[in-house]
Design a binder for this molecule. Structure first.
Ligand code: CP3
Length: 344
């Protein structure tokens, strides 16, 4: 067992910590030579389906960067396969989803699945990652949130304007509800299976939900995210992450989570005040800052720590994932600056 008093878990519970814990979204990825070397030999999906390699990729950033948490090496789109949807990762266009959702009939074709049977390699990667980490830092599991998963199913990949998704919501709300109910149930079950396998916190990625108006978020997303979070095994901290949601942060918080993820488009102190400091917050350095000089990185880290004001319940992170062009030395400089400048 990782120590329940580990700074990362303590901060999730808004308890005092000797320094501000830090980790990075997408800390296991292409900006690291170790990862690129493995990718030269295996496809991305092969790596996800090889628990020994996935565990190695999960643990490497902890050794290399000195971060306070590990995130499981996997992907938010893996759970679409057992629902009957083919996925492919292409070099140029990122993920491509076959059999897109257009009609109510498409929604009804989506299959239910038992995560331990359908995605055994994910659960085995959890167990192997826990063994590799050996109690050093907690392991975070994750899933896409219902909206972000629905957007991939409808758009067939990433999108700039999410027009197909919005069109389905507006023209066929019944199909949308059916889709979100299925995804919400699948996400809850999938995360609970990860928890049973050994993850010590979970993060829901609602990466693209910032494209919606407050009214649409409230009506077409919030109830389903809330249901997924409410279904989770009690006692395991939930991080609820989204981007581009400055105007709807209170609604995001209403959907649930012990920790709310903030991107760099908001001031951390102003956002935290909107929550009356009654939840923990995670963030929120602009990932692009890691391309600047270590001196500039340190200044920006100091600014965010100042906004957090030493209040318990801040987990330092980027506002979104590490960019592939980021120098590893700059990430190490960031982690060191967080630890040093926040030591109390
Ligand atoms: O954070 C980590 O290091 C753990 C692993 C992780 C990956 N994807 C590995 C990955 C996590 C937590 C994710 C989450 C994920 N996947 C999200 C939410 C986070 C976010 O960035 O908003 C999304 C939207 C996806 C879907 C996805 N997977 C995209 C859009 C892409 C292609 C673009 C990209 O960033 O590479 C992927 C592929 C992917 N997922 C890679 C990795 C390491 C790169 C694959 C490769 O090696 O070619």
């Amino acid at each position: 067992m990782a120590d329940a008093n580990h700074p990362f878990l303590a901060a999730c519970h808004r308890e005092k910590t000797p320094y501000t814990p830090v980790w990075l979204m997408r800390q296991a990825g292409r900006y690291m030579r170790e990862y690129r070397d493995l990718r030269a030999k295996f496809s991305f999906l092969e790596l996800c389906k090889r628990p020994d390699l996935a565990a190695e990729i999960t643990a490497t950033p902890v050794e290399r960067l000195g971060v306070d948490a590990a995130i499981l090496f996997a992907d938010i789109l893996l759970l679409l396969e057992p629902m009957g949807v083919g996925i492919e990762y292409t070099k140029e266009d990122g993920p491509v989803i076959h059999s897109k959702i257009v009609t109510r009939t498409d929604v009804e074709k989506l299959q239910e699945f038992e995560p331990e049977e359908a995605l055994p390699f994910v659960m085995e990667a959890v167990r192997k990652s826990r063994a590799a980490l050996n109690g050093k830092v907690p392991l975070i599991g994750f899933s896409g949130a219902p909206f972000t998963l629905a957007s991939y199913l409808i758009e067939g990949g990433s999108s700039r304007d999410y027009l197909r998704t919005k069109t389905l919501i507006y023209s066929n709300p019944g199909a949308w509800r059916g889709l979100m109910e299925r995804l919400s149930a699948a996400v809850g079950k999938y995360l609970n299976a990860q928890i049973a396998a050994g993850v010590e916190a979970v993060q829901l990625f609602d990466s693209w939900v910032g494209c919606l108006s407050p009214e649409d978020y409230q009506k077409y997303v919030l109830p389903y995210t809330r249901a997924a979070i409410a279904a989770l095994t009690p006692g395991i901290p939930v991080i609820h992450f989204s981007t581009g949601t400055a105007g709807i942060l209170k609604l995001v918080r209403q959907a649930g989570g012990d920790v709310i993820g903030l991107d760099w488009r908001v001031r951390l102190d102003e956002a935290w005040r909107q929550f009356d400091h009654e939840v923990a917050v995670q963030g929120n350095l602009d990932p692009a800052v890691l391309l600047a000089s270590p001196k500039e990185i340190r200044n920006r880290v100091a600014e965010i720590l100042e906004r957090a004001g030493g209040r318990p319940g801040h987990i330092f992170n980027l506002g979104h994932g590490v960019l592939p062009e980021t120098p590893v030395d700059h990430v190490i400089a960031m982690v060191e600056a967080v630890h040093e400048l926040s030591s109390r």
